[in-house]
Ligand binder design. Structure first.
Ligand SMILES: [Zn+2]
Ligand SMILES: [Zn+2]
Ligand SMILES: [Zn+2]
Length: 597
């Protein structure tokens, strides 16, 4: 499959491209054989970074930092790796030269360099090219003395020549002036400002070129390379009358921050990061993958007479929904929703569009999480706006800063301890600690041992089968004794249970008390706690059912007090209904009897 790709790359000559673009169906037939591969450029990128690094380091020091011996070893390794035999001659030559230089210390001796400077007419091929002050004159001479993977720095204008080694081209004020440059080495890296306007840059059909930070973009055409990688570069021509670049290759990689202006044809186009295509002609490819955002601008075709249905690019293998989602149409018109990109068969075409904007509600920030400001989005195309009219597009949602906790001034507490709560109502507890009780069993937070939690106004109705239940803060270990109206109560007359401290007076004990108010006193480790309760008699004339309903109500309030289990509420409902229907029946019965009389 790889081989087929290379063959395709070879075949994509300039004349063929035009034919393909006008009759895409011929390629579409074999399209599915070309899967998208976006990894080919990793190695070259690494090499590029290394060589640029070397160039910078040497430019700073202005001198060679590596010893001749080290360099020779490195050369040998690199030659082996590249597997090239063509260069061995000069390699040997350089070793001889190096040795003789090392032995004799001759200044004029030439040797192989990782970075070589070339200066054009003002320079001389007699120079070593080792420093910017001593550049060689011609590109051919620079190529003779640069190592594979090295860097050629242009300090003056030079004529082009066939690039026979894999190198990085850099400009320090100089350019290659030729209108065509052919590359026969495995790869080449081109940085900013290397070519004069309008170069035809071509490869041998199987090699690759990487444009790195080449923002000048003075290219008429780029062709004959198997792989073209565009890394933070602009590829276009500077001719205002014909700003189209013509580009063809088997694999085209846009690595982010890049712009291609013009027509191109490629086997596969792989985009990562944010890139832009300014469409001025036919754009054709076998496959397309977009990881990140590809912005498509149809420069020159936009305006008042803009029409829907313009073909922006054609992908033989079709465009997936995922890929389409990563492509946006960049123009003032699309901003107002007049046009979007739509799929039409295997082509991306412009389509008339009116946004349907719907409000997306604000997500309120919490103490620890950012919120999201309300915005409007088109329910059809998903574009987001700050306003309902769609005048202010936003690329992403706008966060609302999280609130942060706002701690209360006063302590909150429960039976386990006390803390400062958050005024925003979150569950966070600051400075939680267990209670510290004074001799009266009171903590600084307000918590009090044996404070009455439930049963502050209990009433026992004579005849009821249920005793009276009280609940106090604290633990049963601190309970000592129980008094009613100042008299010690026999432990047989009450029950003490934990949770926190539940005390239940028995009905038999209560029965013996007089009708009226009474005082319950709990003696505990920290002193005494009092709570009042009542004993009431059955109201005369109400009968047994009345008494029963009283008991029912008592049950109910007790359930409320203990409100800890999930089904309490259901029980209350049931009890309330029983009480209600009981009373209704009673009233109806009385009414019926009265009428009969
Ligand atoms: Zn829309
Ligand atoms: Zn909070
Ligand atoms: Zn406390």
């Amino acid at each position: 499959m790889k081989q087929r790709k290379v063959l395709l790359g070879c075949a994509l000559s300039l004349s063929l491209i035009t034919a393909l673009a006008s009759a895409p169906s011929t390629v579409m037939a074999q399209g599915d054989e070309y899967a998208v591969e976006c990894t080919a450029e990793e190695d070259i990128k690494v090499e590029l970074e290394e060589s640029v690094y070397v160039a910078e380091a040497e430019a700073e020091t202005g001198a060679e930092t590596e010893s001749v011996a080290e360099e020779s070893v490195k050369d040998a390794v690199e030659e082996d790796a590249a597997g090239e035999t063509e260069v061995e001659e000069s390699e040997e030559e350089s070793e001889t030269e190096s040795e003789s230089e090392a032995e004799t210390g001759e200044e004029s001796g030439k040797r192989m360099l990782d970075v070589i400077y070339v200066g054009g007419e003002a320079a001389s091929d007699e120079n070593t090219g080792a420093a910017a002050e001593t550049p060689v004159a011609t590109l051919a001479e620079a190529l003779n003395w640069v190592n594979e993977g090295g860097t050629i720095v242009l300090t003056g204008d030079v004529d082009g020549s066939e690039i026979t080694k894999s190198v990085t081209l850099q400009s320090q004020g100089g350019v290659i002036t030729s209108s065509s440059v052919y590359v026969s080495s495995a790869y080449i890296v081109v940085t900013n400002g290397v070519f004069a306007n309008g170069v035809a840059f071509s490869g041998n059909g199987s090699n690759s070129v990487t444009f790195s930070g080449a923002m000048d973009g003075n290219y008429n055409s780029i062709s004959g390379f198997a792989t073209v990688t565009i890394d933070a570069s602009v590829l276009r021509t500077s001719n205002p009358n014909s700003p189209d670049i013509f580009l063809s290759c088997s694999n085209l990689n846009l690595n982010g921050g890049s712009v291609i202006s013009g027509a191109f044809s490629t086997g596969s186009l792989c985009c990562s990061g944010q890139n832009q295509i300014i469409n001025l002609g036919n754009i054709f490819m076998d496959s397309l993958s977009v990881d990140g955002e590809l912005i498509v601008t149809i420069s020159g075709k936009f305006g008042d007479d803009m029409e829907a249905g313009i073909t922006v690019l054609t992908v033989a293998n079709g465009i997936s929904a995922d890929t389409l989602a990563n492509i946006t149409l960049n123009s003032l018109n699309s901003r107002n929703g007049l046009f979007i990109l739509k799929l039409d068969g295997n082509s991306l075409v412009t389509a008339a569009h009116n946004h349907t904007l719907v409000l997306v509600d604000e997500v309120k920030p919490t103490c620890t999480e950012d919120g999201i400001a309300a915005y409007y989005t088109c329910s059809d195309c998903g574009v987001m706006y700050n306003d309902a009219e769609g005048n202010y597009p936003i690329g992403m949602t706008i966060p609302i800063e999280k609130l942060g906790h706002e701690w209360a001034d006063t302590l909150s507490y429960d039976e386990t301890g006390h803390w400062y709560g958050c005024n925003h109502g979150c569950d966070e507890k600051m400075s939680f600690e267990e209670h510290t009780l004074n001799e009266r069993g009171v903590c600084k937070c307000g918590y009090e041992v044996f404070a009455v939690l439930e049963g502050k106004a209990e009433t026992y109705t004579v005849g009821s089968e249920e005793g009276l239940r009280f609940r106090f803060a604290g633990s049963v270990e601190d309970f000592k004794a129980l008094y009613v109206d100042g008299n010690l109560v026999d432990p047989a007359d009450y029950k003490v249970e934990s949770g926190s401290v539940i005390i239940t007076l028995s009905k038999d004990f209560l029965k013996k008390l007089s009708i009226g108010d009474h005082t319950l006193t709990v003696e505990h480790t920290y002193g005494k706690t009092e709570v009042g309760f009542k004993v009431a008699e059955v109201k005369p004339g109400t009968g047994a059912s009345e008494n029963k309903s009283e008991t029912g109500k008592k049950e109910e309030s007790k359930k409320l007090d203990t409100a800890k289990t999930g089904d309490t509420v259901n029980l209350i409902m049931l009890l309330s209904m029983t009480v209600f229907f009981g009373l209704t029946a009673l009233v109806a019965g009385v009414e019926f009897l009265r009428k009969r009389r």
